[in-house]
Design a protein around this ligand. Structure first.
Ligand code: ADP
Ligand code: MG
Length: 294
């Protein structure tokens, strides 16, 4: 479904250039539900905005389904955003209309693309647990309920992929659990591919695979060993062994053999720009540079 290779995004402001993504690799299979974690400023939103067609990549390759997002035209991008992706933000105010009912809100994107399907709009609201509230105006609903309406809206045009940027960032932990359960249900029910960006490590246990981004690069991957187990846990910069002991950790090695070494490892060994590397037949050992003299 998603294939990024060497993805680069550079933001240019007057004097400053920020390299938000510096050659990122990521593959997501169709029907997968996965999470992207990383500290603030690591490039998570940048990646999601590119995948959602809200922002243009600077270089590299990024394909979503049949679309090449580097070559896509502006007209195609409109079609892409309407048909291929659903987007959910932390602050849902930007796609909700407060004086319409929940149902009318879900129908709005259908009307805008001339594909009104009231039965499906109701079905979506039922899936997000708002069957009883669908005729309430938005401003009569709680923050968590509004977020669930936003989830239903994001699915109104039957997208193939759902992108959620910190979807539980402004709700309490009970609502956050509920929202994660709904994602899981939608993933099972309609087989939609779901990518959730979060810095909340406890959510990581709720998905099959977690990819960690550090400084605009995918650095580490956590793959669930037993999908029937759930668990929170913690990842402290990519060097502990598990997310709630059910994920196995792997360092990501790209096609040309590059990998990212955690900063704290480098600091501990005082490695700055060069290191020595040895292979003993079983292990690759990286150490401080050996002196070139003698
Ligand atoms: P995250 O979502 O992981 O917190 P972002 O993707 O928002 O990270 O940001 C990654 C980096 O890119 C940060 O250094 C941020 O300051 C920079 N950045 C993001 N958006 C812009 C922009 N529109 N203009 C300039 N710099 C930006
Ligand atoms: Mg962000």
């Amino acid at each position: 479904m998603i294939q990024c290779e060497g993805l680069v995004k550079i933001y240019k402001t007057d004097e400053l250039e920020v390299v938000a993504l510096q050659g990122l690799n990521l593959s997501v299979r169709e029907g997968e539900m996965m999470a992207i974690i990383g500290n603030s400023g690591s490039g998570k939103s940048t990646l999601l905005n590119i995948l959602g067609g809200l922002d243009r990549p600077s270089a590299g390759a990024v394909h979503v389904g049949k679309w090449d997002l580097l070559k896509i035209t502006d007209d195609q991008l409109v079609e892409y955003k309407r048909d291929t992706v659903g987007f959910i933000w932390q602050n849902n105010a930007r796609n909700l209309l407060p004086y319409l009912t929940a149902l009318e809100n879900v129908e709005m994107p259908m009307i805008l693309s001339s594909r009104l399907d009231r039965a499906y709009a109701k079905q979506l609201l039922e899936w997000v647990g708002l069957k009883e509230r669908m005729n309430n105006k938005l401003h009569q609903l709680s923050g968590g309920e509004q977020q669930r309406v936003a989830m239903a809206i994001s699915l109104a045009n039957r997208p193939k992929m759902l992108l959620a940027d910190e979807p539980t960032g402004s709700v309490d932990s009970r609502t956050s659990d509920l929202i994660m359960d709904i994602f899981r249900k939608l993933n099972k029910e309609i087989g939609i591919t779901i990518v959730i960006v979060t810095h909340d490590l406890s959510l990581a246990g709720k998905v099959d695979r977690v990819v960690a981004i550090r400084d605009g690069l995918t650095s580490t991957e956590f793959i669930k060993r037993n999908p029937n187990l759930d668990g929170g846990g913690d990842i402290d910069g990519g060097h502990t062994t598990a997310v709630g002991n059910v994920h196995e950790e792997y360092v990501v090695v790209d096609r040309v053999g590059r990998l990212q070494i955690p900063k704290n490892y480098l600091n501990a060994l005082q490695i700055t720009d060069k290191a020595s590397m040895e292979f003993d037949g079983e292990r690759i050992i990286i150490t401080q540079p050996k002196s070139l003299e003698g």
